[in-house]
Design a protein around this ligand. Structure first.
Ligand code: PLP
Length: 233
Protein backbone atom coordinates (compact mmCIF):
# COMPACT_ATOMS: atom_id res chain seq x y z
CA UNK A 1 0.00 0.00 0.00
CA UNK A 2 1.33 3.43 -0.80
CA UNK A 3 1.07 5.92 2.01
CA UNK A 4 0.73 9.67 1.92
CA UNK A 5 4.41 9.88 2.91
CA UNK A 6 5.36 7.73 -0.13
CA UNK A 7 3.27 9.82 -2.51
CA UNK A 8 4.66 13.02 -1.06
CA UNK A 9 8.20 11.73 -1.60
CA UNK A 10 7.25 10.79 -5.14
CA UNK A 11 5.90 14.28 -5.84
CA UNK A 12 9.12 15.78 -4.50
CA UNK A 13 11.10 13.46 -6.72
CA UNK A 14 9.10 14.59 -9.77
CA UNK A 15 9.89 18.22 -8.87
CA UNK A 16 13.61 17.47 -8.60
CA UNK A 17 13.63 15.61 -11.92
CA UNK A 18 11.74 18.36 -13.72
CA UNK A 19 14.06 21.00 -12.26
CA UNK A 20 17.11 19.11 -13.46
CA UNK A 21 15.72 18.83 -16.99
CA UNK A 22 15.36 22.64 -17.07
CA UNK A 23 18.70 23.21 -15.32
CA UNK A 24 16.89 24.83 -12.41
CA UNK A 25 17.62 24.59 -8.71
CA UNK A 26 14.90 22.38 -7.15
CA UNK A 27 15.09 24.47 -3.96
CA UNK A 28 13.43 27.32 -5.88
CA UNK A 29 10.29 25.24 -6.29
CA UNK A 30 7.89 24.96 -3.39
CA UNK A 31 5.47 22.06 -3.07
CA UNK A 32 2.01 23.13 -1.96
CA UNK A 33 -0.07 20.14 -0.80
CA UNK A 34 -3.69 20.69 -1.80
CA UNK A 35 -5.80 19.04 0.90
CA UNK A 36 -9.30 20.21 -0.11
CA UNK A 37 -12.05 17.69 0.68
CA UNK A 38 -9.51 15.49 2.53
CA UNK A 39 -9.73 14.77 6.27
CA UNK A 40 -7.46 16.28 8.91
CA UNK A 41 -5.84 12.88 9.46
CA UNK A 42 -4.41 13.11 5.92
CA UNK A 43 -2.99 16.55 6.65
CA UNK A 44 -1.46 15.28 9.89
CA UNK A 45 0.16 12.38 7.99
CA UNK A 46 1.70 14.76 5.43
CA UNK A 47 2.82 17.10 8.22
CA UNK A 48 4.50 14.20 10.02
CA UNK A 49 6.36 13.50 6.77
CA UNK A 50 7.69 17.07 6.76
CA UNK A 51 5.15 18.93 4.59
CA UNK A 52 4.47 22.48 5.79
CA UNK A 53 2.54 24.30 3.02
CA UNK A 54 -1.11 23.31 2.53
CA UNK A 55 -3.74 24.68 0.16
CA UNK A 56 -7.50 24.83 0.69
CA UNK A 57 -10.26 25.90 -1.73
CA UNK A 58 -13.34 26.40 0.35
CA UNK A 59 -13.65 29.05 3.04
CA UNK A 60 -15.69 27.11 5.59
CA UNK A 61 -13.72 23.90 5.19
CA UNK A 62 -10.46 25.82 5.41
CA UNK A 63 -11.60 27.65 8.50
CA UNK A 64 -12.43 24.49 10.41
CA UNK A 65 -9.16 22.81 9.41
CA UNK A 66 -6.98 25.77 10.38
CA UNK A 67 -8.65 25.94 13.77
CA UNK A 68 -8.62 22.18 14.39
CA UNK A 69 -4.94 21.76 13.46
CA UNK A 70 -3.54 24.84 15.17
CA UNK A 71 -2.01 23.02 18.11
CA UNK A 72 -1.10 19.66 16.51
CA UNK A 73 0.49 21.17 13.37
CA UNK A 74 1.70 24.59 14.50
CA UNK A 75 4.11 25.15 11.61
CA UNK A 76 1.60 24.87 8.77
CA UNK A 77 1.50 27.75 6.30
CA UNK A 78 -2.06 27.88 4.99
CA UNK A 79 -2.74 28.94 1.39
CA UNK A 80 -6.19 29.90 0.17
CA UNK A 81 -6.46 28.82 -3.49
CA UNK A 82 -10.19 28.83 -4.23
CA UNK A 83 -12.61 31.43 -5.53
CA UNK A 84 -13.36 34.01 -2.83
CA UNK A 85 -16.54 36.06 -2.56
CA UNK A 86 -16.02 39.49 -1.09
CA UNK A 87 -18.33 38.75 1.86
CA UNK A 88 -16.02 35.89 2.99
CA UNK A 89 -12.74 37.79 3.01
CA UNK A 90 -12.59 38.15 6.78
CA UNK A 91 -11.96 34.45 7.36
CA UNK A 92 -9.08 34.41 4.89
CA UNK A 93 -7.64 37.64 6.31
CA UNK A 94 -7.70 36.20 9.81
CA UNK A 95 -6.60 32.60 9.31
CA UNK A 96 -4.49 32.20 6.17
CA UNK A 97 -0.87 33.06 5.36
CA UNK A 98 -1.31 33.20 1.58
CA UNK A 99 -4.09 34.06 -0.85
CA UNK A 100 -3.55 32.92 -4.46
CA UNK A 101 -6.72 33.97 -6.22
CA UNK A 102 -6.81 37.73 -5.96
CA UNK A 103 -8.22 39.37 -9.08
CA UNK A 104 -10.31 42.32 -7.88
CA UNK A 105 -9.46 45.62 -6.20
CA UNK A 106 -12.43 45.35 -3.89
CA UNK A 107 -11.28 42.00 -2.48
CA UNK A 108 -7.72 43.32 -2.05
CA UNK A 109 -9.04 46.32 -0.15
CA UNK A 110 -11.18 44.19 2.15
CA UNK A 111 -8.40 41.68 2.87
CA UNK A 112 -6.09 44.56 3.72
CA UNK A 113 -8.63 46.21 6.03
CA UNK A 114 -9.49 42.94 7.77
CA UNK A 115 -5.94 41.61 8.22
CA UNK A 116 -5.16 41.81 11.95
CA UNK A 117 -2.19 44.05 12.78
CA UNK A 118 -0.79 41.29 14.95
CA UNK A 119 -0.20 39.10 11.89
CA UNK A 120 2.42 39.45 9.16
CA UNK A 121 1.07 40.91 5.91
CA UNK A 122 -1.00 38.43 3.88
CA UNK A 123 1.06 37.06 0.97
CA UNK A 124 -0.95 37.46 -2.23
CA UNK A 125 -0.75 36.24 -5.80
CA UNK A 126 -2.80 37.75 -8.61
CA UNK A 127 -4.80 35.10 -10.43
CA UNK A 128 -4.53 35.39 -14.21
CA UNK A 129 -7.31 34.22 -16.50
CA UNK A 130 -4.96 32.71 -19.02
CA UNK A 131 -7.55 31.08 -21.22
CA UNK A 132 -9.34 34.44 -21.43
CA UNK A 133 -12.71 32.74 -21.39
CA UNK A 134 -15.08 35.16 -19.75
CA UNK A 135 -16.51 32.33 -17.62
CA UNK A 136 -13.16 31.74 -15.90
CA UNK A 137 -12.04 33.82 -12.96
CA UNK A 138 -8.85 35.81 -12.91
CA UNK A 139 -7.43 39.09 -14.16
CA UNK A 140 -6.39 39.94 -17.71
CA UNK A 141 -2.84 41.15 -18.36
CA UNK A 142 -3.94 44.81 -18.26
CA UNK A 143 -5.86 44.30 -15.04
CA UNK A 144 -2.82 42.58 -13.54
CA UNK A 145 -0.70 45.73 -13.76
CA UNK A 146 -3.33 48.01 -12.24
CA UNK A 147 -4.17 45.52 -9.48
CA UNK A 148 -0.47 45.13 -8.64
CA UNK A 149 -0.24 48.90 -8.30
CA UNK A 150 -3.16 48.95 -5.85
CA UNK A 151 -1.77 46.05 -3.82
CA UNK A 152 1.54 47.86 -3.41
CA UNK A 153 -0.31 50.65 -1.61
CA UNK A 154 -1.92 48.27 0.90
CA UNK A 155 0.34 47.76 3.94
CA UNK A 156 -1.27 44.52 5.13
CA UNK A 157 -0.83 42.74 1.80
CA UNK A 158 2.45 41.58 0.31
CA UNK A 159 2.53 41.08 -3.45
CA UNK A 160 4.30 37.78 -4.13
CA UNK A 161 3.43 37.02 -7.76
CA UNK A 162 0.98 35.28 -10.06
CA UNK A 163 -1.21 32.21 -10.00
CA UNK A 164 -3.08 30.49 -12.80
CA UNK A 165 -5.01 27.38 -13.69
CA UNK A 166 -4.22 26.72 -17.36
CA UNK A 167 -6.83 25.05 -19.57
CA UNK A 168 -6.98 21.35 -18.93
CA UNK A 169 -6.37 19.89 -22.39
CA UNK A 170 -4.67 17.00 -24.19
CA UNK A 171 -3.30 19.52 -26.68
CA UNK A 172 0.30 19.84 -25.53
CA UNK A 173 1.08 22.78 -27.81
CA UNK A 174 -1.89 24.73 -26.51
CA UNK A 175 -0.82 24.00 -22.95
CA UNK A 176 2.73 25.09 -23.68
CA UNK A 177 1.51 28.39 -25.14
CA UNK A 178 -0.47 29.13 -21.97
CA UNK A 179 2.45 28.31 -19.68
CA UNK A 180 4.71 30.45 -21.85
CA UNK A 181 2.30 33.40 -21.70
CA UNK A 182 2.19 33.11 -17.90
CA UNK A 183 5.95 33.01 -17.65
CA UNK A 184 6.20 36.12 -19.86
CA UNK A 185 3.63 37.96 -17.73
CA UNK A 186 5.45 36.94 -14.57
CA UNK A 187 8.75 38.25 -15.90
CA UNK A 188 7.14 41.53 -16.95
CA UNK A 189 5.64 41.95 -13.47
CA UNK A 190 9.00 41.16 -11.89
CA UNK A 191 10.62 43.90 -13.99
CA UNK A 192 8.43 46.47 -12.26
CA UNK A 193 8.41 44.80 -8.83
CA UNK A 194 11.73 42.95 -8.40
CA UNK A 195 10.66 41.54 -5.03
CA UNK A 196 8.00 39.37 -6.74
CA UNK A 197 9.18 35.77 -6.36
CA UNK A 198 6.24 33.41 -6.84
CA UNK A 199 4.76 31.86 -9.95
CA UNK A 200 2.06 29.50 -8.68
CA UNK A 201 1.25 27.07 -11.48
CA UNK A 202 1.30 23.34 -12.11
CA UNK A 203 -0.87 20.59 -10.61
CA UNK A 204 -0.68 16.78 -10.37
CA UNK A 205 -0.94 16.25 -14.12
CA UNK A 206 1.20 19.05 -15.49
CA UNK A 207 3.81 19.95 -12.91
CA UNK A 208 6.70 19.03 -15.23
CA UNK A 209 5.56 21.45 -17.93
CA UNK A 210 4.91 24.16 -15.35
CA UNK A 211 8.41 23.82 -13.92
CA UNK A 212 9.86 23.95 -17.42
CA UNK A 213 8.13 27.35 -17.72
CA UNK A 214 9.43 28.82 -14.51
CA UNK A 215 6.90 27.75 -11.90
CA UNK A 216 8.12 28.37 -8.33
CA UNK A 217 5.15 26.74 -6.60
CA UNK A 218 3.29 23.65 -7.74
CA UNK A 219 -0.10 22.89 -6.20
CA UNK A 220 -0.44 19.13 -5.87
CA UNK A 221 -3.60 17.43 -4.63
CA UNK A 222 -4.58 14.04 -6.04
CA UNK A 223 -0.99 12.83 -6.57
CA UNK A 224 -0.47 13.10 -2.79
CA UNK A 225 -3.88 12.48 -1.25
CA UNK A 226 -5.52 10.33 -3.94
CA UNK A 227 -8.54 11.10 -6.09
CA UNK A 228 -11.23 13.30 -4.58
CA UNK A 229 -14.81 12.00 -4.31
CA UNK A 230 -16.42 15.37 -4.52
CA UNK A 231 -16.03 17.28 -7.77
CA UNK A 232 -13.39 20.00 -7.56
CA UNK A 233 -13.73 23.58 -8.75
C1 PLP B 1 -7.68 21.15 -6.68
C2 PLP B 1 -6.68 22.16 -7.09
C3 PLP B 1 -5.34 21.81 -7.30
C4 PLP B 1 -4.80 20.41 -7.20
O1 PLP B 1 -5.22 19.64 -8.29
P1 PLP B 1 -4.71 18.14 -8.51
O2 PLP B 1 -5.00 17.89 -9.94
O3 PLP B 1 -5.50 17.28 -7.59
O4 PLP B 1 -3.26 18.12 -8.21
C5 PLP B 1 -4.46 22.84 -7.62
N1 PLP B 1 -4.87 24.11 -7.73
C6 PLP B 1 -6.15 24.47 -7.54
C7 PLP B 1 -6.53 25.90 -7.67
C8 PLP B 1 -7.09 23.51 -7.22
O5 PLP B 1 -8.35 23.90 -7.04
Amino acid sequence: MTTIADRLANAQYRIIQAAQISSRNPDEIQLLAVSKTKPNTDIIAAYAAGQRHFGENYVQEGESKVIALKSSCPEIQWHFIGPLQSNKTKIVANLFDWMHTLSRDKVAQRLNDQRPDTLAPLNVCIQINISEESSKSGATADEMFSLAESIKLLPNLKLRGLMAIPTSTQDIQHQKREFQKLQDLYLSLQKIYPEVDTLSMGMSNDLEQAIEHGSTMVRIGSAIFGQRDTPSI
